[in-house]
Design a protein around this ligand. Structure first.
Ligand code: DX5
Ligand code: ZN
Length: 247
């Protein structure tokens, strides 16, 4: 697998002090910051949107290059991911990780106010568009979605239509602090077998007790919310997660 990328989710931080949470996470030597955007439609919860991310951007240095320290990994749990991509780019998103399930059930409108477009969104068109906007593109799947939907997308003839990262959810998206679903790891194993250099992210229930299974399966981008922000010694937890992936 590629090197570990430890990616604390601020969903478990104090939302009244998000700037501090981001600075703390960087001090604890995290690589990226995982920002969970929820719209109350795709998932039964709401968090924050581009205006908040734009303000946070001022608290965390931009990565020198794509994939560098301080990368804003925006996990878009929203119903219409194409509509919002340019808004989040302008706010300072580096990775725009949309849900496959949302992409295939939404329209290809590229503006929140567009009521005219009826053309369907497709994962490949959306990935191309995210790349044209200058962001990295991630594609996420929920536990009930099979890994097989990803093969055709990963094998896109045009590299602009291929994702930079795949996110395998190891809980139902919507809330932090849920139980890790080891039943999802076969997806990671299958992806890692075919794609030795792909960034494969896991999200949900990752902690000291579950990281070994995930690392063994081949995950290298590790999201951790409650395990980091709920820890007595968050820097230690981040180190444990990193060592498990890099060993
Ligand atoms: C859940 C979010 C996760 C969440 C993980 O929908 O996508 O990023 O913050 O929280 P933990 O690590 O506590 O399971
Ligand atoms: Zn997430």
């Amino acid at each position: 697998s590629p090197p570990a990328i430890i990616n604390p989710s601020v969903l478990s931080a104090d939302f009244a002090e998000l700037g501090k949470a981001c600075r703390d996470a960087m001090d604890w030597k995290s690589d990226w910051l995982h920002l969970d955007v929820m719209d109350g439609h795709f998932v039964p919860n709401m968090t924050f949107g581009a205006p908040v991310i734009g303000k946070l951007r001022k608290h965390v240095d931009r990565p020198k290059e794509a994939g560098g320290l301080g990368t804003f990994d925006c996990h878009m749990m929203i119903a219409e991911p194409m509509r919002w991509a340019s808004i989040f780019r302008d706010a300072g998103a580096d990775m725009y990780c949309f849900h496959y399930e949302a992409a295939v059930t939404s329209v290809g409108a590229k503006d929140p106010a567009d009521t005219q477009t009826t053309e369907k969104c497709t994962p490949k068109n959306l990935i191309r568009y995210i790349h044209e906007l200058g962001m990295q593109a991630g594609i996420a799947i929920k536990p009930k979605t099979g890994v097989d939907v990803l093969w055709d997308i990963l094998a896109a003839e045009d590299e602009k239509e291929r994702p930079d990262m795949v996110l395998i959810m190891t809980v139902e998206p919507g809330f932090g602090g849920q139980k890790f679903m080891a039943s999802e790891l076969h997806k990671v194993t299958a992806l890692r077998e075919k794609y030795p250099n792909l960034n494969i992210e896991v999200d949900g229930g990752l902690a000291e007790g579950t990281i070994d299974q995930a690392a063994e399966a081949g995950a290298n981008v590790i999201v951790a919310g409650s395990a980091v922000f709920g820890a007595k010694d968050p820097a230690h937890v981040i180190q444990v997660l990193r060592d498990a992936v890099d060993k």
